[in-house]
Write a protein that binds this ligand. Sequence first.
Ligand code: SAM
Length: 313
Amino acid sequence: MARTADDTWGVGESVGATAVGAAEWRARENVRPDRLFADPYAQVFLDAVAARKIPNSQFTEELMARLQETDPHIVRGVRAQQDFVAARTKWFDDFFTAATASGIRQAVILAAGLDARAWRLQWRPDAVVYEIDQPKVLEFKDETLRIYGVEPAVRRVSIPIDLRTDWPKALREAGFDPTLSTAWSVEGLLAYLPASAQELLLDRLHALSAPGSRIAVDALDAAFFLPENLTRLGSFFVEIRAVMIRNGGDLPDTPNLFFDEERTELADWLRQHGWQADELEVHDVMARYRRRASEEDDAGVPHCVMVEGRLPL
Ligand code: SAM
C-alpha cells in the first residue's frame, strides 16, 4: 500500500514490519558463536509476533541450508543483510557506550522499534533513555517485555508518537531536559520519512541539543536513491520475498515503504549547524566488525554512511 503523510502502523504492518525484520536479524546474531553483541530480547519479540500470528520472515538456519542447494545467491544476499544489521547494531551500541563513558546521562532513541538497548546496555545509574516510535509499535514492545517479566537496565520512558508530528513537545512533557547534553540515535529511520520531515526532524533535534550532545545516524547517501540502486534493491527484495512466501513466511515490501526523495547530506547538514561530524561508509563499518560483504553478495546492504556528530562543549 502506498505511503501517505499521516499513515500509521503496528508491528507487522507497513513500516512496523521492518522493526520485526531488524529484530529477526538480531535474534540470529544472538545465537552465533562469534556474535557481535548479546540480544536475548530479539527472540522474545519474535516469539510474541509468532504467537499473535503476525506474518514475519523465517530465514531459519534450516531454510538457509535448503536454499543453499537451490538458490545460493539468495543465501549470500540474506547473510549480507544480517551482517549489515548486526554491524549497524554494534556500531550504535558502541556509540551509546562511549557517550555514557563521557558522562552523558540523557539518551533519545528515535524510531526505537524493537531495539532493546535500554535493557541490554550498561547505563549510568542516573541515566534516562527516551524511546520514540509509533504508538502501536511501542505498545507491543512494552507489553511483550512486561509479560516476559524483564525490567530495563535504566530509567526508560516510552514516547508513543509519530515522528512527523510535534514529538519535541511530547518529549519535554515526558521530562526531557534540553539543558543537558543528549546522546541521540537515528537508526533505520530516514528512508521512511519524507525529505521535508527529515529536515524538520533534524531542525527540532538540533534545537533540543545542549552543548556536548552527540548524535549517531545511519544516513542514506546520494547513491541510495539513484534509480539503478533502487532497482537493484527492489529486485533483491522481490526475490527474497517470493522465496519467503513460498516457504510459509512473509517479508515487508521495504523499498515500497521508502520516500524516494532527494535529501540533504547528513554530515554536511550537521557541520553547517555547528556540529563536528565524522562519517564511515557502510562497508567500512562492516569490515570494522569483521562482516564485510563481497561486492557481488551485497544486494541486501543499503548504500549508507554511519555519521557521528558532536556539538562542542
Ligand atoms: N531502530 C530500530 C532498529 O534498528 O531495530 C527500528 C528500525 S525499523 C527499520 C524502522 C522503525 O522506524 C520502525 O520501528 C518504525 O515504526 C519507525 N518509524 C518509521 N517512521 C516513523 C514515524 N513517522 N514515526 C515514528 N516511528 C517511525
